[in-house]
Design a protein around this ligand. Structure first.
Ligand SMILES: *Cc1c(COP(=O)(O)O)cnc(C)c1O
Length: 374
């Protein structure tokens, strides 16, 4: 069985010494030695100044809105994402407002953001879809003009940079997910990236019940701390992630070469561009293709099932759209007419198996099923 992702697992024998240290110290959670080390190592690796570790990639999104004091009103976001993006808004008692995407990148269309702004709008929560940077320049300009906060869901964008500068430096804050399915993982885990020591302090209180010191609670914080075992695992995995990303890039090249002339299969332009133009460094977290039924002669779902029958488990990321789930579908912004590109793309997309452990033979097999349709 070939799955769409496979976790980057550090060699077990390399992990044992870390575990021995933890057992020796008897410090297993609450900002221990490895926790501190991982925050520093990640800041260094990612090229950012302030990293706060979390127990997953969803709670940094929830906490970001609290750290930025967004207590009521609307947050403009995208329906073309993992459901956690909108849930973070919902959990803060705020109203998500969906806007349409650019069909080429899958990221929010800035013109649609501007058109959706009302007197109740407080923030914008865009997603760097598949690790492709949003149009951050336009989003910054809009945010400045209307006095809005920007929270980037960068769950897919670990290590992504533009002109040598980390994409995580964009916006007021950015969040990462270190879930097992992501390019870099700590089994479960995540981080919130910010740009001042003061903000990091606030975030660090919020992820630990709001404790400022032993006897002072300054905010209704939640418990979203990362433990020592996962911090150590993360430190070790950081040594292996470059090699994993390099292998992902080779897999992407092989897919592009094998699929680029297949009628009715649209490839993802940002990935193809990344082979020619080195301005944006991607991490090849996903390999989406878009099935044009009329030219290809098969629907997206037929191809999905065909692959499955051959033991290849692709994923329809992102389908269904967040705006179609019962929690959100009654919102005025959730109407399909408002989200025509998102609907189109969601109905055409398949993310093919993409991870560091794929062999050339397996990738070739996936390609030949798609090309030969049998
Ligand atoms: C994975 C993901 C999340 C949530 O991260 P978890 O670590 O699973 O909580 C949020 N947003 C996007 C876009 C994701 O892909």
């Amino acid at each position: 069985m070939i799955t769409v992702t496979s976790p980057l697992l550090p060699p077990l024998e390399e992990f044992v010494p870390y575990l021995e240290k933890i057992w020796e110290s008897k410090w297993i959670t609450n900002m221990g030695h490895f926790h501190e080390q991982l925050e520093k190592a990640l800041a260094d690796y990612l090229g950012v100044e302030f990293v706060s570790l979390f127990t997953n990639g969803t709670l940094p999104l929830v906490t970001a809105l609290q750290a930025l004091d967004i207590r009521d009103g609307e947050v403009i976001t995208t329906p073309y994402s993992f459901v956690a993006t909108s849930h973070a808004i919902w959990w803060n008692g705020l109203q998500p407002v969906f806007v349409d995407i650019d069909p080429v990148t899958g990221c929010m269309n800035p013109e649609r953001i501007e058109a959706a702004i009302t007197s109740r709008t407080k923030a914008i929560m865009p997603v760097h879809v598949y690790g492709t940077p949003c149009d951050t320049t336009s989003i910054r300009r809009i945010a400045e003009r209307y006095g809005l906060k920007v929270i980037y869901d960068a769950a897919h964008a670990f290590s992504v940079s533009k002109n040598g500068r980390s994409i995580l430096l964009e916006g007021d804050v950015a969040t990462l997910s270190f879930h097992a399915t992501k390019t870099y993982n700590t089994i479960e885990g995540g981080a919130l990236i910010c740009h001042s020591a003061e903000m990091k302090q606030k975030i660090d209180y919020l992820r630990n019940f709001g404790f400022e010191d032993e006897v002072t609670v300054v905010a209704p914080g939640i418990n979203s701390k990362m433990d020592e075992v996962r911090a150590a695992y993360g430190l070790l995995n950081l040594k292996h992630v470059d090699k994993a990303i390099a292998r992902r890039k080779e897999v992407a090249r092989q897919y592009v070469k094998g699929l680029k002339d297949t009628k009715g299969i649209r490839l993802y332009e940002p990935i193809m561009r990344s082979f020619i133009n080195r301005e944006v460094q991607l991490n090849y977290s996903y390999f989406p293709i878009f099935v044009k039924e009329e030219q290809y002669g098969m629907t997206r779902d037929e191809l999905y099932e065909k692959l499955k029958s051959e033991g290849i488990y692709s994923r329809r990321y992102f389908y269904p759209l967040i705006s179609t789930f019962s929690i959100y579908k009654e919102l005025p912004s959730a109407s399909p007419e408002n989200l025509s590109n998102a609907n189109l793309v969601a109905n055409e997309v398949i993310c093919l198996p993409m991870h560091h452990g794929l062999s050339e033979e397996v990738v070739e097999k996936v390609i030949s099923i798609i090309v030969e349709k049998e």
